[in-house]
Design a protein around this ligand. Structure first.
Ligand code: ATP
Ligand code: MG
Length: 379
């Protein structure tokens, strides 16, 4: 969808050494993918975006969108296909929120009624009540709310490509998580191809199908989040992603993928002898007692029972060490395991039904496996 070939930018300044803001950058982003541009301040992220929509002329190299050489596309026509969220939000202070959102559709002479309707829909999508906010002015919104409007404005003309320059930078960490989730959900529906600038590795890991890491205009590595965390290409990338990169990888794996093959569900009135045999044949250390509506109610361990013991499961069951949802990620799971001082946890679905269990051992062995491929991101 978007292909950069040896993209280079030299900022020439009279009497000074030129700044090389992009140095032979080559990469490709597939249709519907989110690629995060990551790197320290001044590494050339904004410059790269601005060359793509021709706000800054490139020095050399090629930019293709949908296999079309953008050298042959008029800048105005090009920008119609590209939504741009600028780093400083940049709402027009003298226009209402509604007018701000509809700037591009109006410029493009799109149907006014349609674009107003679309504005309302987009507001709903990012959890801002259109009845309250559409008639306000930017100064009557918080910084975070303004940033949401900045994102919506770029989406208003429904462009297939979005360039987003630190779109959530002004939002506090808690609301940032919320708006990241909103954006991922929204884009799962809209299917835009997104280049997204960030300097936050956690945001990049969460949002990206791919992460491109830059240093001083050079693309140091471009790969899936898991590949970057598992196999950083060099020391710069390694230091940039942080010493807790193994733990960060846990965020990419859903709990459902770590569930042990045998569910080991037993009934409260199952005889212990039978349960002991089942545990032995499946080399399981734990069996989970399941009650009405498939709910996990307690558990027993191999150590507590043996084949010639009489009695039933409910006589010996212990209280569960909490439960974890199948759609949570392994980072959440490990953190819960530590706070409950346990090395295993039962997994439940939306209805609270027992699905199987995970252990610290299986989590550790998953981290030892090959990194996850493109498109495997969980949302
Ligand atoms: N118009 C310009 N003239 C000269 N140098 C420039 C110009 N614009 C940017 N630069 C330089 O190019 C380099 C890349 O800048 P750019 O704005 O792309 O960085 P960035 O990665 O977006 O940084 P940040 O995270 O701070 O936004 C920097 O060294 C910057 O000083
Ligand atoms: Mg920038």
């Amino acid at each position: 969808m978007i292909r950069l070939e040896n993209l280079t930018k030299h900022f020439e300044m009279p009497g000074k050494e030129p700044v090389i803001a992009a140095n032979n950058v080559s990469m490709e982003v597939g249709k519907g993918e989110i690629c995060i541009f990551l790197g320290p301040s001044g590494c050339g992220k904004t410059t790269a975006l601005k060359m793509i929509n021709k706000l800054i002329p490139k020095t050399s190299g090629k930019i293709y969108i949908d296999n079309k050489d953008t050298d042959n596309i008029d800048p105005i026509a090009l920008r119609r296909e590209i939504g741009y969220v600028i780093q400083q939000i940049g709402l027009f202070p003298n226009l209402t929120i509604e007018a701000n959102i509809c700037v591009v559709p109006d410029l493009l002479k799109m149907d006014k009624q349609q674009s107003r309707k679309k504005a309302r829909e987009l507001m709903e999508m990012v959890n801002l009540d259109p009845n309250i906010f559409l008639k306000r002015y930017p100064r009557e919104l918080s910084g975070g709310q303004q940033q949401r409007i900045g994102v919506i404005r770029a989406l208003a003309a429904d462009p297939p490509v979005m360039l987003m320059d630190e779109p959530f930078g002004a939002i506090d960490p808690i609301n940032r998580e919320v708006i990241q989730d909103e954006f991922l959900k929204m884009n799962a529906e809209l299917g835009k191809t997104v280049l997204f600038v960030s300097h936050d590795i956690d945001e990049a890991v969460k949002m990206g199908d791919q992460i491109a890491i830059f240093r001083e205009g050079i693309l140091e590595q471009c790969d899936t989040p898991d590949e970057i965390l598992a196999n950083p290409a060099n020391n710069f990338v390694k230091e940039f992603v942080g010493s807790d990169r193994a733990l960060k990888r846990l965020k990419l794996i859903p709990v459902s993928e770590a569930i042990l093959p045998f569910r080991m569900a037993v009934n409260p009135d199952d005889p212990l002898g039978k349960v002991a045999d089942k545990m032995r044949s499946r080399e399981a250390h734990i069996a989970v007692m399941v009650g009405p509506r498939g709910r996990a109610r307690g558990y027993i361990t191999k150590e507590e029972i043996n084949s010639d013991q009489s009695g039933v499961v409910s006589d010996y069951s212990d209280p569960l060490p909490g439960t974890i949802h199948e759609n949570d990620n392994l980072h959440d799971a490990v953190s819960q395991m530590y706070s409950h001082a346990t090395d295993w946890m039962p997994v439940v679905d939306d209805d609270g039904a027992y699905k199987g269990y995970i252990t610290q051992h299986i989590i550790a062995s998953l981290l030892g496996e090959a990194p996850r491929k493109r498109g495997d991101r969980i949302t």
